[in-house]
Ligand binder design. Structure first.
Ligand SMILES: Nc1ncnc2c1ncn2[C@@H]1O[C@H](COP(=O)(O)OP(=O)(O)OP(=O)(O)O)[C@@H](O)[C@H]1O
Ligand SMILES: [Mg+2]
Length: 463
């Protein structure tokens, strides 16, 4: 492997799968890392948020590698939300990988392979590359219209200039398309990557700052470049070790990344990549960017996975491991031993523990207000009051779910605002856990398998 393939990964946009936490835009901390009461979609839970912020700070300063953090607390106290907030606060450059503990058992690969992939998704490599670009101000774009109407333009000419020279380039269909897509017009200063043909608009030339009609409020003005049109430029981009693994492990690697069907990656491939990356680091061409690996519901992992984590944390290239659980003292999967959070003591010892606490009524109200806004639901004050009470007595999640349901009920009666009646309607339609359990106890003879023996295993932390 003389050269690793990297080009293909650059333009991958990451797909975010969110919903329950889409209102979370960060940790909501101020510059001193103190938690603001309500900020960036976050409410309360100030101690845990501050602690998460301190961890982020350490990551940014590159101080810690191979550390672990455990978010522990009762269901619905914002553990997953805080992890999402950390991801948002980290920014684009730092890799953040997440998985649920139970995923390990549903993948068509060994558990350790799945964990290795997860770890490598959370380690970025910042690579410096020299590329050739053409950079200049657009003088004219001339596209030859084909005789038949409706057919796409096939050829054209692009005139670019710097303060020192001017050149005319021939255009093919693909370039015409990307020029259209980027809405390039004369007076724009653009850069074209010679290798990929990618066009980037750098701004509008100062010389055109008087053409008011051609600009919006966000128009950025730049100088017309000087010197040669063709330049060598240093570009920096971050890819994860996993992305490099996938692209180099198969011929159709690029497609495999999209399909998510990566299969097992041979250890020789990884070794080669690791030594290549080490070489680049020595030559100053690449740096390691340790990111964050978040494993939710970590109690679902078994003893083999836990011992893998122990060892992986000690690796020099390890990311920061953040795990979350709502379990109390319970059996460690794959053993007959019990342990706090279902996590072996030796791993627990390597984790900093952040605990989350149940919310007050006022905090529940604030979270519900944010969710109403997020879901675009108008709700009267009385209804919000009632929903808050319900949330306090049942669970925050149940109350959040009722927002959507109540808004549908409101639409059905052609109302403009969710009222108390909509809330009570859906409250009777959908049971919360307490009422459902009550129902089960009352009618247990009529259900199948009702003689489940009582165990004290897998008890969630008492609410
Ligand atoms: N402090 C908070 N600010 C804003 N929204 C929150 C906050 N805490 C929780 N939420 C929201 O409440 C819902 C439940 O929280 P979350 O899923 O994070 O709980 P959890 O602690 O992960 O629970 P579980 O143990 O059941 O996984 C989510 O929609 C979440 O976004
Ligand atoms: Mg959770």
């Amino acid at each position: 492997m003389a050269d690793l393939k990297l080009n293909d990964v650059k333009d991958l946009t990451r797909i975010e799968r969110i919903g329950a936490h889409s209102h979370i835009r960060g940790l909501g901390l101020d510059d001193a890392l103190d938690a603001r009461k309500v900020s960036q979609g976050m409410v309360g839970q100030t101690k845990a948020r501050k602690a998460a912020g301190v961890i982020l700070q350490m990551i940014r300063e590159g101080k810690i590698a191979g550390r672990g953090v455990l978010l522990a607390g009762q269901p619905g106290t914002g553990k997953t939300a805080i992890a999402m907030g950390m991801a948002k606060a980290l920014g684009e450059e730092t890799p953040f990988a997440m998985m649920a503990g139970s995923e390990i058992f549903s993948l068509e690969m060994s558990k350790t392979e799945a964990l290795t992939q997860a770890f490598r998704k959370a380690i970025g490599v910042r690579i410096k590359e020299e590329t050739e670009v053409i950079e200049g101000e657009v003088v004219e774009i001339q596209i030859d219209r084909p005789a038949t109407a409706g057919a796409a333009a096939k050829t054209g000419k692009l005139t670019l200039k710097t303060t020192d020279m001017e050149t005319i380039y021939d255009l093919g269909t693909k370039m015409i398309e990307s020029l259209n897509k980027e809405k390039v017009q004369s007076g724009d200063v653009i850069a074209i990557d010679k290798a990929t043909g990618k066009i980037t608009k750098l701004g509008r030339s100062f010389a055109r700052s008087r053409d008011y009609d051609a600009m919006g409020p966000t128009t950025k003005f730049v100088q017309c470049p000087d010197g040669e049109l063709q330049k060598r430029k240093e570009v920096v981009h971050v890819v994860s070790l996993h992305e490099i693994d996938v692209i180099n492990s198969r011929t159709q690697g690029f497609l495999a990344l999209f399909a998510g069907d990566t299969g097992e990656i041979r250890s020789e491939v990884r070794e080669q990549i690791d030594s290549k990356v080490a070489e680049w680091r020595e030559e100053g061409k690449a740096e390691i960017v340790p990111g964050v690996l978040f494993i939710d519901e970590v109690h679902m992992l078994d003893i083999e996975c836990f011992s893998f984590l122990n060892r992986a944390l000690e690796n020099e290239m390890s990311p920061i491991l953040v795990v979350a659980t709502n379990r109390g003292i319970t059996r460690i999967r794959g053993t007959n031993y019990k342990s706090p959070h279902g996590i072996p003591i030796d791993l627990l010892d390597r984790l900093l523990i952040i605990s989350t606490e149940p919310y007050s009524e006022a905090e529940i109200r604030a979270i519900l207000d944010i969710r109403c806004e997020e879901e675009d639901v108008e709700m009267s004050d009385d209804a919000r009051e009632l929903l808050t009470k319900i949330g306090h007595e049942t669970s925050l999640r149940y109350a959040i779910h009722l927002i959507t349901a109540a808004s549908l009920a409101c639409q059905k009666r052609k109302g403009t605002e969710v009222e108390i009646e909509d809330i009570s309607r859906v409250y009777t339609l959908f049971l919360d856990v307490k009422r459902s359990t009550q129902f089960l106890i009352e009618y247990q003879e009529q259900f199948m398998f009702n003689e489940v023996p009582k165990t004290d295993e897998d008890v969630e932390m008492a609410g």
